[in-house]
Design a protein around this ligand. Structure first.
Ligand SMILES: [Zn+2]
Length: 439
């Protein structure tokens, strides 16, 4: 290489090098954080094998590494609470006659399913049972205590049957359980245990020639499961007492027994990883924000927003000093970003949309009205400016065993990080007007 070219190369290095390195650094940092949180070490960040507790401890350790401050007397980043939860302690077994099904792939016990053990008859229920009074009456005359009712119903019920079927599912005739057909198996977390068995079976796994269901499902209802949100903050340079909150839930569905794991990479290791990327950026001395920023990893979201409900009942940052809440949940895709509560927070929507138009990060920023679908919800209901961002694109496997780190590449992790950095910086300028309810 000639000296002239060497000099050009050396002079260009810091300019190219810095831009490249910064974006590459956050892409790698965020993906690594997502891979770690969805690894087998954390057992699906749920209620079996200490998954939730280990995840909280991991996040607190990350907060220490980033130098985030505690609101509590150090070293605790935890905001503890208790919640009821139904957990599945053993590997379940399920067969129709001699056909054994694979948990997670062919069937799932409903999250509220109690322990079931034994062989049970099958009785098929279809729409005609609800349309023909004689047929319906015939069900009531049977002793169903050793029978599972197979709910062979169309996805969309005929008009007028919705309430009748919903009432039938409350089990007025004391059946041992229900089998519900699903095209896609989607799991969840239940705070309650049902009084009868409920099993979700992939359509096609059971037919009318099968005579019985053989099941061994073990679950335990824990009325006071200990849980915690993890909270840290960075002090602002100029406005120390007013905070921007960046939030994301770290809990997921956990495990069914020792083998069936729900890694929750997209939901919501991706959101927590994106939040950690932002905490890393703003914790660098040269990037210290003007306003203070708190980072909250909520738990109990999958069980019904329980961690954020606990927070809004016991706020750490007083509501009048909470300038904005940015909640990140399902950040693994790359095509579009949807802002929930965008119709109310139109300034925030316009800001993110115009930044994205300038930076060309995703194809579209979509607007959506307020919905109770993540941890921003109760903040917004209390009049605090709050939005929830989720991504859409190639990542599939919502609430299934397929929501894995490999299936969630976070193709635009670094670019989305840069977009959110600019968005959060813009919320801290004097020209930004927060839209509070009633204003
Ligand atoms: Zn989620």
């Amino acid at each position: 290489m000639k000296i002239k070219y060497i000099l050009i190369f050396i002079f260009c290095l810091p300019i190219l090098g810095f831009g490249q390195t910064n974006s590459d650094f956050y892409t790698a940092y965020i993906r690594q954080a997502k891979d770690t949180m969805s690894s087998p070490l954390f057992h699906g960040r749920g209620y079996l094998k200490d998954g939730q507790k280990l995840s909280a401890y991991h996040l607190a350790t990350e907060f220490v590494k980033l130098g985030l401050k505690n609101f509590n007397p150090a070293p605790s980043y935890y905001q503890s609470f208790e919640m009821p939860v139904n957990i599945f302690t053993q590997h379940p077994t399920l067969a129709f006659d001699q056909d054994f099904l694979t948990c997670g792939i062919d069937y799932l016990p409903h999250p509220s399913c109690p322990s079931i053990q034994g062989n049970f008859n099958l009785m098929w229920i279809d729409t005609s049972h609800f349309q023909d009074p004689k047929k319906f009456k015939s069900i009531s005359k049977k002793d169903l205590r050793t029978t599972f009712l197979v709910m062979d119903l169309p996805k969309t019920l005929p008009k007028g049957l919705k309430d009748v079927v919903a009432n039938f599912r409350t089990n007025p005739f004391n059946a041992a359980g229900f089998i519900e057909f699903e095209d896609n198996l989607i799991w969840g977390v239940s705070t309650e245990a049902s009084k009868h068995g409920i099993v979700q079976v992939k359509r096609g796994m059971l037919n009318r020639s099968h005579k019985e269901i053989r099941a061994a499902i073990a679950s335990v209802h824990m009325p006071n499961f200990p849980n915690a949100n993890v909270v840290g903050y960075i002090q602002g340079k100029t406005v120390k007492d007013t905070f921007i909150l960046v939030t994301s839930h770290y809990d997921h569905l956990g495990q069914i027994g020792p083998h069936i794991v729900f890694p929750g990479a997209n939901d919501n290791a991706s959101g927590v990883a994106t939040m950690l990327g932002l905490a890393h950026y703003f914790s660098q001395p040269e990037n210290q924000p003007d306003y203070s920023m708190a980072f909250i990893a909520f738990s109990g979201e999958e069980a019904g927003l329980l961690g954020s409900i606990h927070y809004v009942r016991n706020p750490i940052v007083p509501f009048p000093k909470t300038r904005f809440v940015l909640n990140l949940d399902i950040m693994g895709s790359e095509e579009a970003i949807t802002m929930v509560n965008a119709t109310e927070q139109s300034n925030a929507f316009n800001l993110l949309d115009s930044l994205n138009n300038k930076m060309g990060v995703v194809q579209k920023i979509k607007t959506r009205a307020q919905a109770a679908n993540s941890d921003h919800y109760y903040f917004a209901q209390l009049g605090i400016p709050a939005v929830f961002l989720y991504t859409e694109g190639s990542v599939k496997g919502y609430h299934s065993v397929f929501d894995t780190a490999e299936n969630t590449p976070m193709a635009k992790a670094g670019e989305i990080h840069s977009l959110l950095v600019q968005f959060l910086k813009s919320l801290q300028t004097p020209t930004w007007i927060a839209q509070r309810k009633g204003n």
